[in-house]
Design a binder for this molecule. Structure first.
Ligand code: DX5
Ligand code: ZN
Length: 202
């Protein structure tokens, strides 16, 4: 299992360097437009050596891709719930050689994502309502992960499965079957990021 550490709850940007020096596999970058979610978060600069895992919680996805591609992200993930042509955005990312992630909110029918599964590199399963760090893990997420694993097996699909929201030392035990786990506040609300990472990944 790989770890993607969310920097959303790091208030002091001087501490970004500290997270880059840990053993995290990815830096999870949460971007919010105040429209798709009731919160706003955007970055003018991202100086990391680690691979970037960008999570766009925005309506106007193409504009944000244009902004974030300059940081050379490994994954860019956007939401299946947007009112846009999802397939067109998938193709747009592929043309730019950026790995494509598609995310689904806790209450969205999994059926909504099925038509796109054969084209994407990652499914980001939200285990909280997107918008804020520090929320409680929604238990029914585990069933959705199981379904996505089954669909991948049955159809020979290749996507990674990533889970995002409320992951801590306890809840991580429930999602051991995913490929990538996002954890934010559990790691970053601490004066020792690496110690928290060692607690969670064992
Ligand atoms: C929620 C974000 C998450 C969040 C994770 O909208 O997508 O990435 O920052 O933070 P924790 O681990 O605190 O739930
Ligand atoms: Zn996220």
């Amino acid at each position: 299992m790989l770890l993607s550490t969310s920097i959303l709850s790091i208030k002091d940007k001087n501490r970004f360097k500290e997270i880059d020096e840990t053993t995290t596999d990815f830096i999870h970058v949460d971007v919010m437009d105040g429209k798709f979610v009731d919160n706003y978060n955007d970055y003018e600069q991202l100086n990391f050596n680690k691979k970037l895992d960008v999570h766009l919680m925005v309506e106007d996805v193409i504009n944000y891709i244009k902004k974030y591609e300059k940081f050379h992200p490994y994954f860019i993930t956007f939401h299946v719930e947007i009112n846009q042509d999802v397939k067109k955005i998938i193709n747009y990312l592929k043309e730019k050689n950026i790995k494509v992630g598609l995310s689904i909110k806790p209450d969205t029918d999994l059926k909504k994502i099925i038509p796109f599964l054969e084209y994407i590199d990652l499914v980001l399963v939200m285990s909280v309502e997107p918008g804020h760090g520090g929320q409680k893990f929604i238990e029914k997420t585990t069933k959705r992960i199981d379904q996505l694993i089954k669909l991948r097996e049955q159809n020979n699909y290749n996507y990674f499965i990533e889970v995002d929201g409320g992951i801590n030392q306890e809840t991580i035990k429930k999602v051991k079957n995913v490929d990538i786990v996002v954890s934010g506040s559990y790691i970053t609300n601490s004066d020792n990021f690496q110690k928290q990472i060692d607690n969670i990944i064992c």
